[in-house]
Write a protein that binds this ligand. Sequence first.
Ligand SMILES: Nc1ncnc2c1ncn2[C@@H]1O[C@H](COP(=O)(O)OP(=O)(O)OP(=O)(O)O)[C@@H](O)[C@H]1O
Ligand SMILES: [Mg+2]
Length: 1054
Amino acid sequence: MSEENLKVAVRVRPFNQREKDANSKLIVAMSGNQTLITNPKTNEEKKYAFDYSYWSHDGFRTESNGYFSPESSNYADQKKVFADLGEGVLNNAWEGFNASLFAYGQTGSGKSYSVVGYGSNTGIVPMVCEDIFQKADAKKNSQITIEVTFSMLEIYSEVVRDLLNPTADRKTGLIVREDPKIGFYPQGLNKKLVDSYDDITKLMNEGTANRTIAATNMNATSSRAHTIVTVNLVQKYLNESGKEIAKSSMINLVDLAGSERANATGATGDRLKEGAAINLSLTSLGNVISALADNSSGKNVKVPYRDSVLTKLLMNALGGNSKTIMIAAISPAEINYDESLSTLRYADRAKQIKTKAMVNEDPTEKLIKDLKEENAKLKKMLENGKIDPELLKQITVTGKKEGEDEILKKQLDDNERKMKEMELSYEEKLKEAKTNNNTSDLRSQILEKAQRLPHFSNVNMDSSLSGMIKIILEGQGQKIIGQPGKSDIPINGIGILSEHGKVSIDQNRIILERLNDSKILRNGQVLRQPTQLNHLDRLLFGTSQYYLFIDPSKSTSNDVLFDFEMVQDEIAKSSGLIPSENKTNMNQEQIQCQNELVDLIPQIEEANAISSALDKKVCFSALPVSPAARGEYDGKLKAFVSVRNFATGLNWIWTKEKFLDRKVHMNEMYLDYQDDGVINRDKFKSFDPFYESPDTPTQIGTAMIYPKSLPYLIPYKNEVKILDLKSNEAGTINVEIIPCDSNGRPFNQTIEISDPNVQVLDQPISFMFKIGAAKILNQKYEDIYCVFQMYKDPNVYKSDVIRGTSNPDFKFSQNYTLTMNQDRLDFLLNKCLYIQIFGEQKHPKIDQTKSKLTTEEYLEREKLNSQNNLIGRVTNKVDPEAEKLKEDLRVSSIKQARNEYSNNNVRKLLQISGGAPIDPVYLDMMMQASNDQEVNSILEEYSKLKKGNDIKQGDKKSNQFEMTNNTNQFDVFNMMNKNIEMIHKQHMDMVQRNINQTNKNIADMHRNNLMMHNNAFNMSNMRNPNKNMQNDTDNQQMSMDINMVHGSQACIIS
Ligand SMILES: Nc1ncnc2c1ncn2[C@@H]1O[C@H](COP(=O)(O)OP(=O)(O)OP(=O)(O)O)[C@@H](O)[C@H]1O
Ligand SMILES: [Mg+2]
């Protein structure tokens, strides 16, 4: 047994087009096996050491065949990566160890590039396969028989699909069973015997094509699928005693789905998640890696392999009998800092994992004997009905529920198939494999035609699936493009009409025309009239079918390689949603959110189209939400999805992840419905992806509290406005911040703080934070609670849920003692705290006229079938800056009143002194006095002392006290005046500053809003050719109406 750590390699790719457009800064560096990443905000650098750090960012040139070869010695090309990683995998495999390689990283980070490769930049999988046969050929003359089998599967939304036999169990997928010896495996997966590299290439293409067909029907969610290619290498030879020995190795090559952004903000970031299961398999993989890393550092935790299909299938690769390599793929750009850091952390954790690999060497005889024995047991159990619970437990089921008998029968069949396979000779097996090659042949024919005939070639979000579907435009005359079964050129997908378009083919040209007002975009523009297609035209049919028009006769080696993002951006640019020139005037955060919206809006459009087809009475729109509106002190502007059931009047906000997750099911539901007009699947009897329970709490809004008075130790008491995510006023809430002594008791006297930066810096401050009664304007909300987190405090507090009222009194109180470091002090003086208010929608007002509409009618009426309304409008009626200004003025007024009070008191002291010098102790006491009682007692005491002094002075015993310690009356007047002047000036400065700032904000917001709404309006014009002029005027009017929009709560992309 060989125990060794999982090997980890990191690879950084070149900038992609979006990163170039955004003028992205490079934040990754590599030195030896170290990877360094710089936080673009703080410039803080983090270092990680891995087995390999591959620099593939720059230092290469493109060969004439498209291969990226090194120009500098730093550059790691595909060959280098294969030499380090692939060869290692192969050597292990020949020795009889299982080997696994998997790639992890965010979407578009370069996983598939390393694992599978693109064009002439072939990746590890094809190179491994090629190498196997080179070595196998060399061994052919020896006494060893080499058998190689190939299988390919996809895990998508927890369903395992056999990519070499996609129709098998199409709806439920393959069942994952557990074998006590080999672990989990997908039952009935096709394992094709191959005897040349060419065979493997054909199968890989077949598998990828099948994946593409499924993914195209499901649209852009394809990169959420995990692909596992398994190559089984069996070497059979006779041992000294003449027994046949099978030395076998399973090579798993795993191309994972893009990792979603890890939840960087912890508890606060979770608040809007509402239990979304974002790619369960990937989350479980994280948990498994974490548990395994803990175990290798001596802890003893249970590894949750069984939580998902992926972790079951990777159980051996991760913690068992396998030598494993992980490639962590990262983007070089600052825009992806969070994601890249999260990938590096993940990889850092993974490198601690130890696997225990064994050589799999067994006499064939024994393998057959074991299977026979198990089958005998199974048969007996089936005959006499006595089930051995132990054996049953081993045959675990995933996928669907079955009876015990059914499980045993399937296992029996499976074992018999395996036995038969083992007993067949290599030649017999090969013959069987070759007889069933029709699909491959058909595909070869299409690919051959695509070399010489004009065709449409698909563009998929997952680059590795682009170009897999070729729709050949052959023959002469007119052909109808439309739904399969009803047209000459079938295109599947949402929004494709039965007669969607027409192509007219003659000798020299191809003309495309749309039919029935269908949606077709050419190079980002609506196709309004019959148009001749040119080589590399980008076409969008319906909501999601993206194709390139390829005319091989015009093709050159300089052809632009259009990918999905480029096509999406082109549409967004020509519609005006994003600027057509470089985005230099936007910050990276805005660019990122804008990219998010550009990707999200077509998905939302499609969800609305499905909702419409199934008449679900639910509609979706995008909503950019600032961290402030989410109640986060740290974070980015993010796209959320607003969900509205117009029949019930209920609204929710979903995270983008939750929406995309649900959308996978919506697409499935639609496909199911499309089959026969009925939704058959059991799954949808108990689960409706469009449904959200009225009991799911939704965010009513956020209250912003400006705690500026706290560092001055001035109590805060205010009725604060609650703003919803669109910045409409949602209600009010009473909040108090009460400065306290170190025992947590409110001060009973005023403590004068004139400059917190001097007097409270690095001092502890205690205070009580109280949340009282709230009034929620919309009476539909009940069972309300609020959530509060103090800046830089890890604790998130949730109030009790106040039931049965929309005017809850939270009676929430929390004591804090915080040391006022500079960061905290700056925050309290300049920023605001957030309280988030959640509630259930118990009594929604049902609008009878709306609820009678069909989804299609509603979308039409609300103009949600066009893009301009798909970005939530921000109608910020409350200006957060004005709120801040009010608080600044309040604190300033209190300070001014206090000064006037203390100056008056000093005046009283001066009067009593009658011009005589005053002991500074009395002056101080007087300036600090917070109430009249205190003032009177000081004056009394001073009078007594003065009388005594007068007597002494009368005796002329000493005037030493007066000369050295007493303050001259003139100085006191001077000091008082200066004090008043200074405070007055400060006050006026601040008022002016705030007024300027507010005006600036108003102007900025005004400009941004107009820009965004005009952009969205333009985009709708481009995308929705059916919109009439009346609508256009309405929309223009609407975007003009939002001219008093200002504030920083919900942010805008401009
Ligand atoms: N090292 C590299 N050199 C050149 N181009 C690269 C490199 N890595 C990735 N790319 C390019 O970046 C794009 C995205 O890469 P890839 O498809 O491998 O990402 P991915 O991580 O598999 O994404 P997804 O999660 O969506 O499947 C592709 O066009 C690919 O060609
Ligand atoms: Mg990929």
